[in-house]
Design a protein around this ligand. Sequence first.
Ligand code: AGP
Length: 609
Amino acid sequence: MCGIVGYIGDENASDIVIDGLKRLEYRGYDSAGIALCTKDGMMVRKKKGRIKNLEDMIAGENLYGHLAIGHTRWATHGAPSDANAHPHCDRSGKIAVVHNGIVENFMQLKEWLISEHGVEFHSETDTEVIAQLIGIFYHGDFEDAVFQAVEKMQGAYGLGVICADEPGKLIAVRKDSPLIVGLGEGCNFIASDIPAILKHVRKIYLIENNETVVLTASSVKIYNAERREVHREVFNVTWDADAAEKEGYDHFMLKEIHEQPKGIRNTITRRMDEEGNIVLDGIRMTKEEIENFNKVYIVACGTAYHAGLIGKTVIEKLAGISVEVDVASEFRYRDPFVDENTLFIAISQSGETLDTLAALREAKRKGARILSVVNVVGSSVARESDDVFYTWAGPEIAVASTKAYTTQLVCMYLIGLYMGRAKGSLEDSVYRTYIEELLTVPEKIEEVLKQERQIADLAKKYYKRDNIFFIGRGMDAAVSYEGSLKLKEISYINSFAIAAGELKHGTIALIEDGTLVVSIAAQDRLFEKMLSNIQEVKARGADILALAKESNTAVERQADDVIYIPECMDEITPLISIVPLQILAYYIAKQRGCDIDKPKNLAKSVTVE
Ligand code: AGP
């Protein structure tokens, strides 16, 4: 959701914080702001819209100071506006706050501040309540005021707080929203995400829930909720800062689409010994534990949920165990059957999605063993899991998830294979066939990437359509959901995906002349059935853009256009067939002039419910 950055040190804090905000803009981008302690006191500048608007606003101003906090917003309470933009101040103007998350009891706190203290509010945000609350408790002891305010707050928050009376101190607090501290030489940082500060530091403290951090230029102290100082190991970031740059691509999304062969190679080969045996680093489950599971629950949101749908088919087939899949926001409120014999798999790129985190906690409370499939190392989901299976996709910046998805799929295969073997239910020859096939996936995706120009031409042909349907059967149905989500989130075209066999039970009523139906017929096993479904929509006037394996040229008799993928085993087609759909979505959105990496109303990491 929102991004926060803070700096304390010898350099000009405003330059560093604005640069950090730019690197975090993918987290939210409907307004941005900065608060700076200067020799003349607290200066706050904030503006609706992108960070560029903020930069234009302060251009020419001499904003100089050694302590600053900044924020890029994804609106929750109150529309995007200058007034609702962060930072927010208390009534004295001495305290400034940036916040990522939601204060659930903000209405009660607001009423209390108004009735008991006569506080006047200038925004509709929950964050201003935090600033005013700290202001009420501030009587010369900044740290104490923050501690007292936090005790009254319910909900999720990553906070950066500064006080004009103490220009040598930056305070940060974390509860259920991501927060890290960067350790520099003669300077220190806070941020909601590592890329914001990676240019300056590689040594990081991962802040835990209910911790408060007090930073000066030369020290960092972490306190628990009881105000006792706690020790934290330094976490060294090993990935390259350049990995979070565009490297000549027009958009992060396109770069990340192209990084899939590499991400998949990393995710597979780092888990395999020379004999082709899977070695699951980070997973300590014993053979006996695996044998005792009677159910697997996969829970995730959005694209990660779509990876879970494929995971269900794969794990059921390879490990011979029943798998349920659910969206995290539904799972947590319906008292699901989960117990100590359940393996709960949480899938999340960011590892900070609040719904997924809450579902994980609910499953943990019920006694399940928690295994997470996560991309961001050290994220909340990873830290709260019993075992973590990292996807080695590298940082994913574009809001539309691509390489995280395909590496999540790889993890589903590896987990299924590993469990099947541990249980003794998977024949060795089947295991070997899967491994051989998986190892060929990166080069098959490279083949698909060579068709980028042809797919871009198809985008030029179809980008003006108002409605685009996606259909498929079996695993192709799950791929169609993901293809449709990709398209709608970045191009804003109304798109709907449905299992092809389900069409005739209602949805086919929507098909009319000129409706584009993207028909995924990638599995040989279901190819003939798909041809029938394609015929059904074709007969009602639809235009067909089909996706099939190279050998299935019979599809040309029905389709207006075909994208072919290389031959491969049916069971691994989802890893390959999604790639042309990502490229199609990208070029359709480009034709329509959309802001591809930062689509409207969305944010990369959804840290609110
Ligand atoms: C993907 O394109 C979406 N932006 C979104 O559905 C995303 O996958 C979802 O919010 C889950 O995020 P996570 O993987 O970080 O938990």
